[in-house]
Design a protein around this ligand. Structure first.
Ligand code: F0G
Length: 350
């Protein structure tokens, strides 16, 4: 039986005898060969389905370890800023561990499912008239002067936990893919994957991918080379104008001979619908930025035809029902509770 990340990967993590055995059985997520899109794009494309984690996003990988280490340090309360997924994961693992969580979020800019999670897991939720970058600046300050442990990805244990996704990809494929495509928001995850690929390569000689990161165009600080004061994108998960791990993400890009590029909201929403319709995989808009980036890179020649590409789907589509319904042109057909009427309708569309 899968025992969760801390137990499964303890030889690669700074685990001590005092680290609690915290887990919600996170990790071990599917790597799915995207057969239809592979054919369409002329590459071998795989999707890492991080929405299959316990709270529906990759954040569980980092959070299980950050919360475990916080408890090891004696913390009774964790705090984070979030566009939604970090807050869901922090509050879930805090609940599991029996400690308090406090989350600070941008008012009106967190997808409904994520907010529902923080409510259900029992977080104290503070919403501010400001964006993620403002919230992060505040919680960084507060955590320095109060006995609350910061669990944003500036906490190095978050990166340690998140690097395990790279291990799983290599174990599934037998070696690293040629390209690893990933959305970029606060830039922690691209940094974590690169660390994971490098450590596994050192231990097992499994090769290294080129790291391809994709920001949303309205929040593309790294691409533009300067912070964005008012980031805007339909992909609220990555609506971030001043990524905390900016330097680490640039290092991942440069060391791997990769790129960090941007994709437009139109490209994100097209990829969001394409992955659901063509492969039966429902991801949230922020996650679709990576597939939008794959498509852009195949079209402009930055991904070579025939190559092996892994795209990371960071969060589950169920988290953001509002965006799903607003892009869906499906009209619900309301019929009588009557077999004949329903049969006639079905015969009409066949
Ligand atoms: N995809 C999703 C679904 C996310 O929630 C995030 C970040 C990212 C991608 C980007 O990852 O920040 O490591 O570059 N969400 C954070 C949050 C900011 O608060 O949930 P990153």
């Amino acid at each position: 039986m899968w025992k969760g990340l801390i137990e499964e990967y303890k030889e690669f993590l700074p685990v001590t005898e005092n680290t609690p055995a915290l887990t919600l059985n996170e990790g071990n997520t599917p790597l799915i060969h995207l057969v239809n899109l592979s054919k369409e794009l002329g590459i071998e494309l795989y999707g890492k389905i991080e929405g299959a984690n316990p709270t529906g996003s990759f954040k569980d990988r980092g959070m299980v370890f950050a919360v475990a280490k916080a408890i090891e340090d004696g913390a009774k309360c964790v705090i984070c800023a979030s566009t939604g997924n970090t807050s869901a994961a922090a509050s879930a693992y805090a609940a599991r561990a029996g400690i308090q969580s406090i989350v600070v979020i941008p008012k009106g800019k967190v997808a409904l499912g994520k907010l529902a999670q923080a409510c259900m897991y029992g977080a104290k939720i503070i919403e501010i008239d400001g964006n993620f970058d403002d919230a992060l600046a505040i919680v960084r300050q507060v955590s320095e002067t109060t006995p609350v442990k910061l669990v944003n990805s500036v906490n190095p244990y978050r990166i340690e936990g998140q690097k395990t996704a790279a291990f799983e990809i290599v174990d599934s494929l037998g070696q690293a893919p040629e390209y690893l495509c990933i959305p970029v928001g606060n830039a922690g995850n691209i940094s974590a994957y690169w660390k994971g690929f490098k450590e596994y390569n050192e231990a097992k000689n499994t090769g290294l991918p080129k790291m391809y990161g994709f920001e949303a165009e309205g929040a593309a600080a790294i691409v533009k080379g300067e912070p964005i004061t008012n980031p805007e994108t339909v992909a609220t998960a990555i609506r971030i104008g001043n990524p905390a791990s900016w330097k680490l993400a640039e290092a991942a890009r440069d060391e791997s001979e990769g790129i960090i590029d941007s994709v437009t909201d139109d490209e994100i929403l097209a990829a969001y619908q394409l992955i659901a319709r063509s492969e039966g995989i429902f991801v949230e808009p922020g996650s679709a930025a990576s597939l939008a980036g794959v498509i852009k890179s195949v079209n402009n020649g930055k991904i070579t035809k025939g190559s092996h590409v892994v795209t990371v789907f960071t969060g589950n589509g169920l988290k953001d029902p509002d965006t799903a319904m607003s892009v869906s042109k499906v009209d619900l057909v309301s019929l009588k509770n009557d077999e004949e009427e329903i049969r006639q309708y079905i015969e009409g569309i066949l």
